[in-house]
Design a protein around this ligand. Structure first.
Ligand SMILES: [Zn+2]
Length: 288
């Protein structure tokens, strides 16, 4: 089954992990803007571009998610810190991330940590990690926020990804390789450190039948991320940001995922996780 995925890679995939780590102390140069402080080891021009784009994304992401009126402002002492390591090796070493990780958002210290990988950093990683922080600012830590929701929101903020995830998800559905939502709730992608270990997951078939999928760690990570962004894209495209804000508000107030879904989406016949899975499949099948 691993073969199935080899042709299906997401371009500029950002796999990040959201652990609470502090960037190690070293001699950073810094660049300050209204909402951000960029720390860098070399290449000031790149740091300037990061700083400029961070301000642009800050406005766009909050507005796309429907949070514009609610978000806290990241100014002065609350500015978000962005650390750019020189290379991947030093980033991994300093943060103890799994090897598939390209960057991380640290909620506690309000910082984004990665390394200078040029285009991918600015277009993909930066909006991704910023969306993690903006989402957490809004939703807090009280409610039941599964990792797929967190990663879905973050990837949805990568505009370049929006044009392709849906087609890929349809392809996976046709090949009977989409994970069930039960498994999406259970799998902890942060523990997938051995990329060639085989994992067994239950999957969704179009007719509702359950099958088992044998999958390598790397493919599992790819599939998990793809399905996460597909779920958020579906909720946003189909029901809009007003319902999504309502859903997030329920989670912020401490509701379980299922109760929050029911409160925000029951008018669209979504009251349970199974309903969400069913509506998603209908959506993927109806659109050409
Ligand atoms: Zn992420």
């Amino acid at each position: 089954m691993k073969r199935l995925f080899s042709a299906l890679t997401l371009s500029m995939a950002v796999f990040c992990s959201c652990l609470l780590q502090e960037a190690s102390a070293q001699n950073w140069q810094e660049l300050k803007s209204e909402h951000f402080i960029v720390y860098f080891e070399q290449d000031e021009n790149f740091a300037k571009e990061v700083s400029y784009k961070a301000e642009v994304y800050y406005q766009r992401i909050a507005s796309d998610l429907g949070y514009a009126r609610y978000s806290n402002f990241w100014t002065w002492d609350n500015r978000v810190k962005i650390y750019i390591y020189k290379e991947k090796e030093s980033f991994l070493k300093a943060t103890n991330q799994p090897t598939w990780s390209e960057g991380m958002a640290d909620y506690r210290n309000k910082q984004i940590v990665s390394y200078g990988w040029s285009k991918g950093f600015v277009e993909s990683l930066l909006p991704h990690e910023m969306a993690h922080l903006i989402f957490r600012d809004f939703v807090g830590f009280k409610g039941e926020v599964p990792l797929w929701l967190d990663e879905g929101v973050a990837q949805w903020a990568e505009e370049a990804k929006r044009s392709e995830y849906k087609q890929l998800a349809k392809q996976y559905l046709r090949q009977n390789t989409l994970l069930s939502l039960d498994d999406m709730m259970r799998v902890d992608i942060r523990n997938v450190k051995e990329v060639d270990k085989v994992h067994v997951r239950s999957i969704i078939k179009k007719d509702g039948e359950r099958l088992f999928l044998f999958i390598g760690g790397e493919s599992l990570v790819t599939l998990y991320y793809l399905e996460s962004v597909t779920l958020i894209g579906f909720l946003m495209d189909k029901y809009g940001s007003v319902s999504f804000v309502d859903f997030c508000r329920q989670l912020r107030d401490g509701k379980s995922l299922q109760d929050a879904l029911g409160a925000a989406y029951s008018t669209y016949s979504i009251r349970t996780l199974q309903d969400l899975e069913d509506r998603l499949i209908e959506h993927l099948e109806e659109e050409k």
